[in-house]
Design a protein around this ligand. Structure first.
Ligand SMILES: *Cc1c(COP(=O)(O)O)cnc(C)c1O
Length: 429
């Protein structure tokens, strides 16, 4: 038995009418489902803009949106309009950002295995920063930068030996990691030394170090500890920039709480200064999830309801692990609600599953729904704005859902639904 959906899990502009129906950005969710079909990602544009502005206010110049959380042309434009820089970690993310008209000097290139082609593209475009991740990459830069005639600003990604309190797969600060140069093994010192040599030779400009401890971190204490370690590592280097990564978590289900962007920034900055970092160092960050996760809900249509006596009830919807793989990948929890009856009590325990040919195709393992749930209902899962659309696949040849931005009572289709012919677009015979 669960009470009504906690309202704080809905986007900022969500409203519930006297009839119980939910609207976001002034658009009724059932109307959107009828207009665009389901599954459908609905993003509260005002919330996306507000979170970007909060990030810029909290972190200042250079704060970057980690595009892997959710990227399309409209999102890249929105983040740029609101003053963000953009993190890209592949040629594909670079391509979409450029197509959106993002000035290259506002892009930061990440990635633990950047190809020659990706580095060459970044250098000839003049991306703002490159975050160097390996000795192989240093060699590539040494070769390619002079050939292209570019002198990139680079940061060395270090692995500070911090275990973030989050899921193992999204922990990135521990010593045993594919990312960056591990401090404990002396590799970080060696990398900085080699980049300094390239700097003196005029091949790169070494501007700072970078660390990212993991994703969906809920405790300020984790960020504080990381900042203390980073201050001790960065101070002796005397470099002008420090990037502390992203990773701020968001509440997904009843009972979860996460710090605000402002308090994350304040705790981090205070700990850096207390740790002895020169206040003149440009400290910045690169949030992804915290900017976009809570801004979206996914709308599905219930297709079958299968009660297994004495076992459980399966409620199957028209999407699944292809539009939200997080439950399968990380065991992530979600809430669900019926937009026709947003504040209804949810007394019935069910499992919400998708339409894929896998038993593991679960969207909400322990869902609670109103007792009048019926086939044909639109069912919504909130907080699906991050790592859903961006991780979507066409598994079982299920077409990927469209994305609608809503604001001021008007829906704006920013990514159309994938068509059946799109599924054939790469077949050449
Ligand atoms: C994924 C990632 C981020 C963003 O992480 P969130 O948890 O979405 O804030 C930032 N920096 C780097 C290097 C990343 O890989």
């Amino acid at each position: 038995m669960a009470g009504p959906l906690p309202r704080h899990l809905l986007p900022d502009t969500a409203e519930v009418g006297a009839d119980g129906r939910c609207s976001i950005g002034g658009c009724d969710l059932l109307d959107l489902a009828a207009l665009f079909g389901t599954p459908l990602f609905v993003y509260d544009e005002a919330q996306l803009r507000a979170r970007c502005r909060e990030a810029v206010a909290a972190w200042g110049d250079g704060v970057a949106y980690a595009t892997k959380a959710f990227l399309c042309v409209a999102m890249a434009r929105l983040a740029t309009e609101e003053g963000m820089h953009l993190d890209v970690s592949t040629g594909g993310e670079l391509h979409v950002s450029l197509a959106a008209g993002v000035p290259p000097d506002r892009l930061v290139l990440h990635g633990n295995n950047k190809s020659e082609a990706e580095l060459r593209a970044a250098l000839s475009l003049g991306v703002g920063r490159i975050v160097v991740d390996s000795f192989d990459e240093i060699e590539r830069l040494e070769r390619i930068a002079p050939a292209v005639g570019a002198r990139p600003r680079v940061l060395a990604r270090i692995t500070p030996g911090i275990e973030a309190h989050t899921h193992e797969f999204v922990r990135t600060g521990q010593d045993d990691s594919k990312f960056g140069f591990t401090v404990a093994t002396g590799l970080a010192d060696e990398a900085v030394e080699r980049l300094r040599r390239l700097d003196r030779a005029g091949i790169v400009e070494l501007v700072g170090i970078h660390a990212h401890i993991g994703s969906n971190v809920f405790t300020l204490r984790s960020f504080e500890e990381a900042a203390r370690v980073l201050a001790a590592l960065a101070s002796p280097l005397g470099l002008p920039e420090l990037v502390v990564g992203g990773g701020l978590g968001v509440p997904y289900v009843q009972g979860e709480e996460a710090p605000s962007i402002a308090s994350w920034a304040k705790v981090t900055r205070d700990a850096l200064v207390a740790g002895g970092l020169d206040p003149a160092v440009r400290v910045t960050a690169e949030p992804g999830r915290a900017l976009v996760a809570g801004a979206a809900v996914t709308l599905y249509t219930v297709g079958t309801i299968k009660p297994l006596p004495g076992i459980r009830t399966y409620v199957a919807v028209d999407g699944g692990m292809s539009d939200n793989p997080r439950p399968v990948l990380y065991g992530s929890g979600y809430e669900s609600f019926l937009p026709r009856s947003t504040d209804a009590e949810r007394p019935v325990a069910v499992r919400v599953v998708g339409k894929h040919c896998e038993s593991g195709d679960v969207l909400v393992a322990s869902a609670f729904v109103p007792d009048d749930l019926a086939v044909g209902d639109v069912l919504a899962t909130p907080v699906t704005g991050a790592y859903g659309h961006s991780m979507a696949s066409t598994y079982n040849k299920v077409t990927r859902p469209p994305v609608v931005f809503v604001a001021g009572g008007t829906p704006r289709l920013v990514v159309r639904r994938e068509t059946l012919d799109d599924l054939l677009a790469q077949d050449v015979c």
